[in-house]
Design a protein around this ligand. Structure first.
Ligand SMILES: C[S@@+](CC[C@H](N)C(=O)[O-])C[C@H]1O[C@@H](n2cnc3c(N)ncnc32)[C@H](O)[C@@H]1O
Length: 365
């Protein structure tokens, strides 16, 4: 296989991702493996030497009663028992916004792939309605509302972390997407969902709800990243921290009942087909992790991807490693130190496979 970083071809379907079964739990190293090893010496660094890490519910007081795990806050389980695995604090919100910037670069500055242009920009008698499911900090919904002032954008989430100072055509609602949606049939022109891996037990049910609430002729779009890091040239070796990241996530998804490698398992496109969408289109991208690509654009994307992970590695893994897999906080911290070294090593040409899937609800039927 080639080790040329420019072999990554944005937009071109890649070779199929290794089957998730290959990442069986037998290849997961125990937590003690990391605490008994010296952390590798500094190698080529991507980010420099310094450690950068240092159904619709109305808002009520109880939704702000966050759960706390090892000092990090997570969404309240008072309103809905949806389980979600990253904190909802400032540190994780910043990481999430960095990833948003990275994904905007992946899309050449655009916010979506579905062929919406005419639908959304040409407004005749009424505004177009857009839904962003699991909106997080709301950054995508806000950017979309800014770019399309005639669209009415609603972002939903189980954490009320969105800003209040938003464009007048953008609003946020608390809503558990895994329960029956309260929106009327055919309500939205366009439904967007991004980075819901590890949150959804039943993808076909989610896409059925999106289908019901989408207008005939409207579009639904999903964008997900694989939690498994891969390399095409063997530079990411088995047993290394980046290799273990994916294995632990995959195993935890099985135990948690919410798959993490929805890209590797092809769950989303399958759910689009089962729901009845037509013109289903897939677009794939190998997102480099770190500044290793020679190609300037890919290098920039890789550096933002790394920054988004590095900003809050603890937030990305603490719940999964500690609550689901049973590691202590200290074991997690030592693993993170090993991982951080490898993430900065430009000799390791790691990437995460990303996949966008969009489809249209038939006009009739
Ligand atoms: C990784 S973040 C992605 C945020 C946003 N879509 C983005 O791409 O910037 C996942 C978000 O999904 C939300 N989420 C998880 N489970 C959910 C559920 N059952 N219903 C609604 N939102 C959910 C989380 O609270 C979190 O804000």
């Amino acid at each position: 296989m080639s080790s040329d970083p420019t072999q990554i071809s944005p937009g071109k379907p890649s070779s199929p991702a290794p089957a998730t079964e290959q990442l069986s739990s037998s290849h997961i190293l125990p937590a003690e493996h990391w605490t008994t090893r010296a952390i590798d010496d500094d190698r080529d660094s991507s980010l420099g030497d310094s450690d950068t890490a240092s159904s619709t519910a109305s808002l009520s007081a109880s939704i702000l009663e966050y759960r706390t795990l090892h000092g990090r806050t997570y969404h309240s389980d008072k309103i809905t028992d949806a389980q979600y695995w990253t904190p909802n604090d400032e540190r994780q919100m910043e990481a999430s916004d960095i990833i948003h910037h990275c994904l905007t670069l992946v899309h050449d500055g655009k916010l979506f792939k579905a062929p919406l242009k005419d639908d959304i920009q040409v407004v005749t008698d009424s505004s177009k309605t857009v839904l962003d499911v699991g909106t997080g900090t709301g950054i995508w919904a806000i950017d979309f509302a800014d770019q399309y002032p005639h669209a009415l954008v609603t972002g939903t989430d189980i954490s009320p972390i969105q800003p209040t100072w938003v464009p007048p055509n953008c609003k946020f609602e608390m809503d558990d997407a895994t329960l029956e949606w309260t929106y009327a049939d055919g309500h939205f022109d366009y439904i967007h969902m991004r980075y819901l891996f590890g949150s959804i037990a039943d993808w076909p049910a989610l896409l059925r709800r999106a289908y019901r609430c989408c207008k005939p002729g409207g579009w639904v779009e999903s964008f997900e990243a694989s939690c498994v890091f891969r390399s095409d040239d063997g530079s990411l070796v088995e047993g290394s921290p980046m290799d273990q990241w994916g294995r632990v996530f995959v195993e935890a998804g099985k135990r948690f009942g919410r798959p993490f490698d929805v890209v590797g398992e092809g769950l989303v496109q399958d759910a689009f087909r089962k729901a009845g969408f037509e013109e289903i289109t897939e677009w794939e991208f190998k997102c480099p992790i770190g500044g290793w690509p020679k190609n300037e654009k890919l290098k920039e994307i890789g550096l933002y991807a790394l920054a988004g992970i590095d900003q809050d590695i603890e937030g990305w893994i603490l719940f999964v490693w500690a609550q689901v897999m049973g590691w202590s906080k200290e074991q997690v911290a030592v693993y993170i130190a090993h991982l951080r070294k490898q993430l900065r090593d430009t000799n390791v040409h790691g990437y995460a496979l990303m996949r966008c899937v969009y489809g249209r609800k038939p006009e009739k039927g």
